[in-house]
Design a protein around this ligand. Sequence first.
Ligand code: MRU
Length: 369
Amino acid sequence: MRPDQSASYPEPSFPVAVAWGVDGQSVRLLDQTLLPEEERYLRLATIEEVAEAIRTLRVRGAPAIGIAAAMGLATVTRRHLSDAGPSVEPRDFVDRVHRDAEVLRGTRPTAVNLGWALDRLEQAFSLGLEQGIEAGVLAMVREAEAIASEDRDMCRLIGEAGAGLIPEEGCGILTHCNAGALATGGIGTALAPVYVAHARGIPVRLFADETRPLLQGARLTAWEAGKVGIPVTLITDGTAASVMAQGLANMVIVGADRVAANGDVANKIGTYGLALLARAHGIPFYVALPRSTFDLGSPTGLSIPIEERDPSEVTTLGGRALAPPGVSVKNPAFDRTPAHLVTAFITDGGILRPPFEPRIRDLLDHGSS
Ligand code: MRU
């Protein structure tokens, strides 16, 4: 039987990483640090709570971080306004919004979606302010909602574009970290093509790198893909080469935290190694992302800041020491993959193949590739 090309995906069965709180005064966030053991939702009502959630990876993945920051800033600002009432002092209020935005901006440096979403909110606020403070706040809430729903649509388009790269007879797909529903406002970026292909009846097998040190592949990708019925095989990061050598993985699809104007990719640490392995084994290396993850302000990968995280993430596991006390540790959260190792970008505007620089510019200028 031929796969049904029009088949969609069972969107309601995907976990929702971030949403508006039902009380209208908070953000509802799935605490990803507790997965897969516990599915607990948090109610975040202050800027400090939202910032802490982003910093500690309770919410993570570039698009989801942007959505959480946008909804967080809008919610907190709306509450400030209702607390202040008619006596609100416009100058103090505006200063406070910008201070709160800066707190969120400083939480994680690599994912460009964070600053991009906050810029959009601050711009919407400034424009709305021309009609008064209430209008400014309402404009922020609407902008946050637009960011979330655009991301949901972009994920679907990425899924449909990427599914076309998966052969009808099926294949093994290797992914790294988590670039699925948990990392976005929709069905994910790297996982979206897998979900759409699966819904079309194409037999896919997902190989999920566990992704040291925070194990997003083991804890999150294996969990969410398994939940919607994708056959998943969990592997240690060091197993990727032999899975390729044995012909079990026929392509790699990863997400991105930021892609520079020339196509260099910042993504979870270990991505660069996978790209080299894919090249050595002659298999395609795809990077899936919404247009909000391209950054023309970064000419090459070298301009992308790479977050360094606490050594304890490497030296301990579940409170137990894995290394001698005082050992020197390097713990970058991301690495840079040079554009020449990328076979194609899977975007909401279609598939981008080399030469990347003009095609990325064209996508961002004109809307599709
Ligand atoms: O540190 P994390 O878990 O936020 O890192 C996430 C990734 O590296 C993802 O691949 C990337 O953000 C894309 S998510 C659609």
